[in-house]
Design a protein around this ligand. Structure first.
Ligand SMILES: Cc1ncc(COP(=O)(O)O)c(C=O)c1O
Length: 490
């Protein structure tokens, strides 16, 4: 065993990992990387097929990002945001506000919101609160929404609504808004109550009367939009009771940790309109979907944010992961002047937002984020993303030939491939069978790294991935699925 692997085994506790299993084999120890290729301590190469847990968009060791971080490093790495401003954080905040401005898309071509249910009354996001990771980004939004609501309606306890299967991070507020029993049940005693509403998981939706086909379930579903009906009923019930929801938190277009649940077109637009009509603030968790992950959509503004692809401007936009290109822990929560102004007052009124982190507005993270934002907005990067998005669709189509592939859900540069016992019956694998883990292990042996969510395989390549690398990612997945489920002794 490599000496570093020995150190890891002796001292490191890995996240979301059964450490007894971890200790059974020698881990891959990453030593360096270039573009979409990770290299281990023995010099073996692996394709980074999930962008290092959904963070890395431009590839590793990118000269522009390296240079931005090094340049900042030679000046200062960190000073406190308590009582001090700093150069890159201020510049980054301005750049994020500009990027998230709907007026920008109105000027640059398609109308921002051509849909009647969402007229152009969308709020502008003009204030940025920095933190360190996705969980803190959503936690900040939650606390701000709570406080705004409490001040507006002092006699009613703020209530929150989120989608079934939701995952918004691991801090207590974020977990309270999460609805994945496997992760969240154990902490129930620590959490506050929130409500969940049916998520549009077309493949396994009890209201979908369509028989399985060899296509994304969203395209052949037969339903009456019952998920939206459930949302409308829940919102209306709380309004009737005089305790309307303070906020509705959602991942726009695709729910990541829920199993890459892709929403049918129009779902978000209608859900947002319903929630707004009932006075709920909209919290968009774009920790996974932000910065171009959700790709391009004909007739929609070419925004980097998933919400905008459906004409929705939330009251809170939570960003992390790819914010710094996936190079440094950095997060931001953007919000409106209305929310910001609710915290203004005389010092002694103590209306201050009493929340913050030691590394809020960190200079290195901010410098990386500015460089990343600049790169991702370059026309050449956009063209590459567009090309990769259609290539991914073409390549993934080949997986329908495999009987253990039940659904393939792709939006932009993310795909969830749901494994089943037999596509005709949609019969799921029991988690204990570790179907996804076994396929990912087989892929790793072929030099392609990704991580499954239960029985859903994730393909999320960095934007710099070459066509050949993408083809290898998909062919390795196909090979691994065949090998894992081949009849015969295991
Ligand atoms: C949608 C979403 N929100 C929040 C988080 C939490 O982010 P972090 O792991 O950076 O705390 C994640 C992490 O996967 C996520 O996918």
């Amino acid at each position: 065993m490599h000496p570093v692997a020995k150190l890891d085994r002796a001292f490191v506790w890995h996240p979301f990992t059964q450490m007894r299993d971890w200790a059974k084999s020698e881990p891959i120890v990453i030593a360096d990387a270039q573009g979409a290729v990770l290299r281990d301590v023995f010099g073996r190469e692996y394709l980074d097929a999930n962008s290092s847990i959904w963070t890395n968009i431009h590839g590793h060791n990118h000269p522009r990002l390296n240079e931005a971080i090094s340049r900042q490093l030679r000046r200062i790495s960190h000073s406190s945001a308590l009582g001090l401003a700093n150069v890159p954080a201020s510049q980054l905040a301005a750049a994020l506000v500009k990027t998230a401005d709907p007026a920008r898309w109105r000027r640059s071509g398609p109308t921002f919101s051509p849909w009647p249910e969402l007229p152009l009354k969308n709020p502008r996001l003009t204030k940025v609160f920095f933190s360190d990771n996705g969980s803190t980004a959503t936690e900040v939004a939650l606390k701000l929404a709570y406080e705004v609501s409490r001040r507006a309606r002092p006699k009613t306890k703020p209530r929150f609504l989120s989608l079934s299967g939701a995952y918004h991070g691991d801090t207590i507020g974020a977990v309270s808004l999460g609805h994945i029993d496997l992760f969240h049940k154990a902490y129930r005693g620590l959490l506050f109550h929130t409500d969940q509403v049916t998520t549009p998981y077309c493949y396994r939706c009890p209201f979908n009367r369509a028989r399985p086909e060899r296509a994304d379930a969203r395209t052949y579903r037969k339903c009456q939009g019952e998920c939206l009906g459930d949302l409308e009923q829940k919102l209306a019930r709380q309004t009737r009771r005089g305790t309307p929801y303070s906020a509705f938190m959602f991942e726009p277009l695709m729910q990541g940790a829920a199993g890459m649940i892709a929403q049918p077109e129009g779902y978000l637009r209608q859900a947002a309109a319903l929630a707004r009509n009932h006075g709920a603030l909209l919290i968009a968790d774009e920790v996974m979907t932000g910065f171009g992950r959700m790709g391009f959509r004909a007739g929609s503004p070419p925004s980097l944010f998933a919400s905008h692809l459906e004409g929705v401007q939330p009251d809170f936009l939570c960003l992390a992961k790819a914010l710094s290109g996936g190079y440094l822990p950095m997060a931001a929560t953007l919000t409106t002047p209305t929310v910001f102004n609710a915290f203004l007052g005389e010092y002694e009124e103590f209306k201050t937002f009493f929340h913050g982190h030691s590394f809020t507005g960190n200079q290195l993270g901010s410098a990386a984020a500015i460089a990343s934002l600049d790169l991702v907005q370059k026309p050449a990067t956009s063209r590459k993303r567009m090309h990769l998005q259609s290539l991914m669709q073409q390549e993934l189509a080949g997986l329908w030939a495999l009987p253990n592939v039940g659904d393939i859900r792709q939006i932009g540069l993310v795909a969830g491939i749901e494994l089943v016992k037999d596509w005709r019956s949609r019969q799921p694998f029991d988690l204990r069978e570790r179907a996804g883990i076994r396929v990912c292990d087989a892929m790793a042996k072929q030099g392609v790294l990704t991580r499954s969510i239960g029985s859903v395989l994730v393909l999320m390549p960095p934007y710099c991935t070459t066509p050949m690398q993408l083809r290898r990612m998909v062919s390795s997945m196909a090979e691994a699925i065949r090998e894992t489920f081949a009849p015969g002794p295991r």
